[in-house]
Design a protein around this ligand. Structure first.
Ligand SMILES: [Zn+2]
Length: 443
């Protein structure tokens, strides 16, 4: 049987430890990348009607985003012309030809600019592409890997993690463009499926840490499909705990998260106090050692909270996906969030959106199905007989009704458990609807 693999890409994020010289080269490239991107953004609008974007007809720019010059002439969005980058490099900015400047970085910056526009054409809500700020907390640039046939033939014969222009030397070293060999810490096992390195990005975090992210590609899958479990599960996300599933299991919000958050608040207050004091004494913030030290501490705590939360979400989502053929969650978009500010806040806090995103990408990795359903009425409906509270002269359940009895079939319910059973039922119904006959695979 022919196997069709969808999951032949994966990201690998590695902590790197550049020395002082290497850090300087990274910063040169970070600054140049931002410079090129921002220059292109600045040249985004043109009054020449010569250039017409391929996407103009398919995705016209809405009128509210149109720009005019001072004579009232309509400006058109230009994309980079072939000579665009040359104009930026050769004419006025000879430093972009510096020996430490990575030319792949320059073309990647140009590509980012193009894809920012293409994205805008499809999704307007984010607005037209914006300048990248030097003060942004995460700084970085992208570059690409190359394979030369000589190097590949000498080392294994097929492109791998170990024979490109960017390559893993051993457990402790990686070779990167312009900086050479950098110390790394490989925290996980490398894939064994003939993976090759495609795009590479180098990032600097506000904590002072450096990371390199490798996008790996392979003709073979990075994950294995698991045997069927014949188990299905639905879950309800709620504010009292993290989730309740249709088997009655409740997962609480992690406790450590609350503890570290109160510490974070305290340190943040200290930071603004130091900022105020420096201002009063007429000192610049970047010159104030105490302020900078505190700023780094706050950034470290932030990333600690973030990491702990991500670990929690990863563990839970992997467990759900591995143990069930079908996982059904609720579509947060359909939950009326804007009306309930407190709920909206708590959603971003506990990471429900991230969690649903993880389930979505992990499901195909293990050959599982994840679907989101509209959660309306899942709380008010009896999962046994489908009677809906609020109808036939009954009162709707309120947030304080943790337990209730169905007036129609007299089943005793725990509110969130009942809701998650309804979510599973909706998912099963959705599944029968969404598969047209010709797509059903018979085994
Ligand atoms: Zn009932």
């Amino acid at each position: 049987m022919e196997q069709i693999e969808e999951q032949n890409m994966m990201g690998l994020k590695i902590r790197i430890y550049p020395n002082h010289r290497q850090e300087n080269i990274f910063w040169k490239n970070i600054n140049a990348s931002r410079f090129v991107y921002n220059k292109l953004i600045a040249n985004s609008w043109t009054d020449s009607a010569v250039y017409k974007n391929k996407l103009d007809d398919k995705f016209p720019i809405p009128q509210k985003y149109w720009k005019y010059n001072k004579n009232g002439k309509l400006l058109k969005q230009s994309t980079v012309r072939l000579t665009g980058r040359l104009r930026i490099t050769k004419d006025k900015y000879p430093w972009l030809g510096d020996k430490d400047i990575d030319s792949d970085m320059l073309s990647k910056a140009e590509m980012s600019y193009k894809s920012a526009w293409n994205l805008f054409r499809k999704v307007h809500s984010a607005g037209t592409p914006k300048f990248k700020r030097k003060s942004a907390s995460i700084q970085g640039y992208r570059t690409s890997n190359h394979y030369s046939s000589t190097m590949v033939n000498k080392n294994g014969g097929v492109p791998s993690l170990f024979n490109g222009s960017i390559k893993i030397i051993d457990n402790k070293h990686i070779k990167l463009p312009k900086v050479g060999i950098v110390k790394v810490k490989l925290s996980r096992q490398l894939p064994t499926n003939n993976a090759r390195i495609a795009t590479v990005s180098i990032k600097h975090l506000p904590t002072g840490e450096w990371f390199v992210s490798l996008l790996l590609k392979s003709d073979q899958s990075f994950t294995t499909k698991l045997p069927e479990t014949n188990s299905q599960v639905g879950f309800d996300l709620n504010t009292e705990n993290f989730l309740t599933d249709s088997n009655g299991n409740t997962i609480d919000n992690p406790r450590y998260y609350r503890i570290i958050k109160s510490r974070l608040k305290k340190e943040q207050r200290k930071l603004s106090r130091r900022g105020r004091r420096a201002k009063q004494e007429g000192r610049k913030l970047w010159k104030s050692k105490n302020y900078q030290k505190q700023k780094q501490l706050v950034a470290k705590l932030h990333s600690k909270v973030k990491n702990q939360r991500l670990n929690f979400l990863h563990q839970l989502s992997t467990t759900l996906i591995k143990n069930h053929d079908l996982v059904v969650g609720e579509n947060l978009k359909s939950k009326n969030l804007l009306k309930n500010h407190a709920l909206a806040m708590s959603i971003s806090d506990v990471g429900w959106r991230t969690f649903l995103g993880m389930l979505e990408y992990k499901a195909p990795m293990y050959g599982r199905t994840f679907i989101e359903v509209n959660p309306s009425y899942t709380t008010q409906t009896c999962s046994e007989c489908s009677f809906r509270m609020g109808t036939n002269n009954t009162n709707k359940l309120t947030l304080s009704d943790r337990k209730w009895e169905c007036p129609n079939c007299h089943t005793k319910h725990i509110r969130d458990w009942n809701a998650s059973k309804n979510i599973l039922n909706k998912g099963l119904l959705e599944l029968t609807k969404s598969v047209p006959d010709e797509e059903v695979v018979y085994r």
